[in-house]
Design a protein around this ligand. Structure first.
Ligand code: PLP
Length: 384
């Protein structure tokens, strides 16, 4: 008998994610899935035409390792127009297989075994395992409970001579907060005397509401020089399954990023890159995105206000936290399972975004859904 050799896990703590569990449960029970963060509507047909056109023209072989030049130029032009910093598309913009790969690649490029990386909890679930894969130590600093604003005294206290990197995310998944310019400048001042690098996860950059601007790290002196600024076409153009993103970073950081990228994915889907480049000739789709999602947010919040759930502020992203303490004393994961089974609406417990499983009686709902989906969910939640 030949047996499979035993393997010591590189990520012993990682199991099936709650997103998979809740989506499977929602599907099994026919619940409205407001758990996992993806749109239940299709993208602009013009984008499909642009991509299929590129495919039919025979743009189907390996593109340049750094990304299709036309797309890198479009991204550079967009960042310059919106945030005022000109990145050189040849040396400072790289196309990635979604933001997820950009984040992993940036971490692998920067973090040596024993380095410390500061993450602000609650946070996106890939950060910590990525740091562990690089041999780094995850240093967790909580955002202020209740408001989810950064607590700079705690961030400063967490930094040591071994701190290599800090990861921030605005607009924020899961809390839907948006960092102000003052907060970005406070981070800049904190990092000024250090060699600490920054990953600024800006995948929801085009979903900021109430006329407030998105403050990109690319627009903040002192941060732009040390930042990998990461975005995701999946979020911006309602195509999360395409997994295409970008990273903008100063040339010296990009050079190291590309060394890892080259032997990690090497290149990213050619026709999708050409299609995106053509589609982005018109900036209207991303410029109109705040209004598009703000309308959905307002519809959803108006409905939630008729229920016993209490919606917290949602300043950006397509998420909405709700406080369910008037409805139930259950811990968050149990409440979300109960909500899916008994009420027919799937949600994500906030506790899963904390390593410690910190409980606040909060659940995350996603409003990137057709109005009819949101209305069905609201009718069910009104019965609570
Ligand atoms: C904060 C954050 N970062 C990164 C990602 C990953 O983006 P992509 O689908 O482009 O890999 C997500 C997706 O949910 C996210 O919420």
């Amino acid at each position: 008998m030949h047996a499979t050799p035993a393997l010591t896990s590189r990520l012993p703590k990682v199991g099936t994610t709650i997103f998979t569990v809740m989506s499977a449960l929602a599907q099994e029970l026919g619940a409205v899935n407001l758990g996992q963060g993806f749109p239940d509507f299709d993208c602009d047909p013009a984008l499909l035409d642009a991509v299929t056109g590129a495919m039919r023209e025979g743009l189907n072989q390996y593109p340049p390792m750094t990304g299709v030049p036309q797309l890198r130029e479009r991204v550079a032009a967009k960042i310059e127009a919106l945030y005022g910093r000109r990145y050189d598309p040849a040396t400072e913009i790289t196309v990635t297989a979604g933001a997820t790969q950009a984040i992993l690649t940036a971490i692998l490029a920067c973090v040596h075994p024993g380095d410390e990386v500061v993450v602000l909890e609650p946070c996106y679930d890939s950060y910590a395992p990525n740091i562990e894969l690089a041999g780094g130590t995850v240093v967790r600093v909580p955002l202020t409970p209740g408001s989810f604003r950064p607590d700079f005294a705690r961030i400063a206290a967490a930094m040591t001579l071994r701190t290599r990197l800090i990861i921030i995310n605005s607009p924020h998944n899961p809390s839907a907060t948006v960092w102000t310019r003052a907060e970005m400048e406070q981070l800049s001042a904190l990092l000024a005397p250090t060699n600490v690098l920054l990953i600024s996860d800006e995948v929801y950059e085009h979903m900021v509401f109430d006329g407030v601007p998105h403050i990109s790290a690319s627009s903040v002196p002192g941060l732009v020089e040390r930042a990998f600024v990461i975005s995701s076409f999946g979020k911006t153009f309602h195509v999360t399954g395409w997994k295409v993103g970008t990273v903008a970073a100063p040339a010296s950081l990009t050079a190291e990023f590309r060394k890892v990228h080259q032997f990690n994915v090497f290149t990213v889907n050619t026709p999708v890159q050409h299609g995106l480049a053509r589609y982005m000739a018109d900036p209207a789709p991303y410029l109109n995105l705040p209004a598009f999602y703000q309308r959905k947010r307002d519809l959803f919040r108006a409905g939630l206000n008729q229920t016993r759930l209490r919606p917290l502020d949602s300043q950006g992203s397509y998420f909405q936290l709700v406080d369910y303490s008037a409805v139930s004393d259950l811990p968050e994961a149990e409440f979300c399972q109960w909500l899916t089974r008994e009420v027919g609406v799937a949600a994500i417990p906030l506790s899963v975004f904390y390593d410690s499983g910190f409980e606040q009686r909060l659940a995350r709902l996603c409003f990137a859904k057709q109005d009819s989906t949101l209305n069905t969910a609201l009718e069910r939640l009104a019965r609570l």
